[in-house]
Design a protein around this ligand. Structure first.
Ligand code: ATP
Ligand code: MG
Length: 441
């Protein structure tokens, strides 16, 4: 297994001082999959104070020392080195009540959540893989280390971590692991909302449609508003999928950006509350975008999502039925009001929504392409879309005799005229029009 120089160096320094040392956890898993790890964690038989001694010539961060972690600042970046340890207790289903240092790597690997995360590697000692993580990776299996029920009962965040790893690496939970994930979902109520939110964010960025559908009951345990969407028949010739399957495809269909992925996940929550059946047996969802936006707002507040993310997602959801049209004036207004990134996000959500009905009928792709092109043109033109782009400033209007509130009113009217393409964004033309208006104000 390839290890960067600074990591090899840290392992060698520990080994030369008589301690066992390994790269461990995510980096070993990623390397086995042929992916490049985003960081390398080390574990060692050295006690924290012994690690400190070995790295006395380095700058150290000792914030995690109580739990056995010493962070060494190497030229290649910070490296976390943790003493082999077991942990136990978990009376709050969250934090271990105690950690205990152990002499062997096996004891350390046994505390880890899944077999694919419970592997270590040392250039000198080779792989430590007592739970068959490499074999499971080959077979695309996610399997708890030890008794799955007990492991999820210790720390129920592992259920969501399992969902995330299964999504990220296309793994199927082994039967007992899956059964325990489902039987222990209720324990996630005890988790801090922020941790659930953080885990869901990572999942949403990695998720394919099938991940949302196969793990829907687990997601519904942390977002109960999703539960009625499972198996929900839309009674519409335009929808072949039930609501959660449609939602799952929309999640996969939007670019992996958090506000968009959250908007996709929650965009149809209001379909449940607005559902009506007409005399012909067809389903309708009048005003569902507004209901969905309100529900999403409640969910994201409950999960303590950052305000900016929540607001962006809620706006996207509230406007997902207000179709963007290939109409320059309309698009200029939208961009003027929401900015380019937001309008582009709206377009992505609407396109994914239309393309996720499962009926194979025309999803309006041509229109969306046209809108996308028009937006690109607007951007390239550097068109005037807000007061700051206007060729006239407040001072210019003051010179014409405008005072106080009149100035703002007039600037906004000028912007209206430019957006409507009634006036060019040129100083003289704008000032001439303003002078004419002055009488009316
Ligand atoms: P990522 O690439 O997402 O960082 P990772 O496997 O490195 O994946 P981390 O959350 O960084 O995940 O944790 C590092 C290692 O610590 C894991 O591989 C796992 O062995 C162990 N671990 C982390 N959280 C838990 C937990 N809640 N329960 C048991 N083991 C855990
Ligand atoms: Mg990690």
């Amino acid at each position: 297994m390839y290890l960067p120089e600074n990591i090899k160096n840290c392992i060698n320094l520990l080994e030369n001082a008589g301690f066992a040392a390994y790269a461990v956890g995510g980096c070993v898993r990623d390397a086995c999959l042929g992916l490049s790890p985003h960081d390398y964690d080390l574990c060692t038989s050295a006690l924290p104070e012994q690690t400190e001694e070995v790295f006395r010539d380095f700058r150290l961060v000792l914030a995690g020392e109580k739990h056995g972690t010493v962070t060494v600042l190497t030229e290649g970046g910070p490296v976390e080195i943790t003493t082999f340890r077991t942990e136990g207790g978990y009376r709050d289903n969250r934090h271990p009540d105690w950690v205990k240092f152990v002499p062997d790597i096996e004891g350390d690997l046994a505390r880890r959540d899944f077999t694919v995360n419970a592997m270590a590697y040392s250039p000198k000692r080779g792989f430590a893989d007592p739970f068959g993580g490499r074999e499971d990776l080959k077979k695309h299996i996610l399997c708890s280390v030890g008794d799955p029920e007990a492991r999820f009962a210790e720390d129920s965040l592992r259920i969501l971590r399992g969902v995330r790893f299964a999504a990220r690496f296309a793994l199927t939970p082994e039967e007992n692991t899956m059964a325990a994930m489902l039987s222990q979902v209720g324990l996630m109520e005890n988790l801090a909302r922020e941790r659930v939110f953080e885990e869901l964010c990572k999942l949403l960025l990695a998720a394919k449609a099938e991940d949302i559908t196969r793990f829907a009951p687990i997601l519904a345990a942390v977002i109960p508003e999703l539960r009625p969407m499972i198996g929900f028949d839309q009674h519409s010739p335009h929808h072949a999928y039930d609501l959660i399957t449609h939602t799952a495809h929309v999640v996969e269909g939007v670019p992996p950006k958090l506000p968009l992925r959250w908007a996709a996940l929650l965009h149809d929550t209001g379909k449940v509350t607005t559902f009506t059946l007409d005399a012909t047996g067809r389903g309708h969802f009048y005003g569902h975008a507004r209901d969905s936006a309100a529900i999403a707002d409640t969910i994201l507040r409950r999960l303590k999502a950052p305000t900016a993310l929540r607001e962006e997602a809620v706006t996207l959801i509230g406007r997902h039925m207000t179709r963007l049209q290939p109409d320059r004036k309309f698009l200029r207004r939208q961009v003027s009001k929401f900015g380019f990134p937001m309008v582009e996000a709206m377009l992505s959500l609407q396109e994914a929504d239309m393309g996720s009905k499962g009926t194979g009928e025309d999803n309006g792709h041509a229109i969306f392409s046209e809108v996308r092109q028009m937006l690109a043109d607007l951007k390239a033109e550097d068109a005037c879309l807000s007061l700051k782009d206007l060729a006239v400033r407040g001072n210019d209007l003051m010179a014409l005799g405008f005072r106080g509130k009149e100035i703002g009113v007039c600037l906004n009217r000028l912007l209206e005229q430019v957006l409507e393409e009634q006036l060019p964004n040129e100083k003289n033309a704008l000032l001439a029009w303003a002078a004419e208006q002055k009488e009316e104000l």
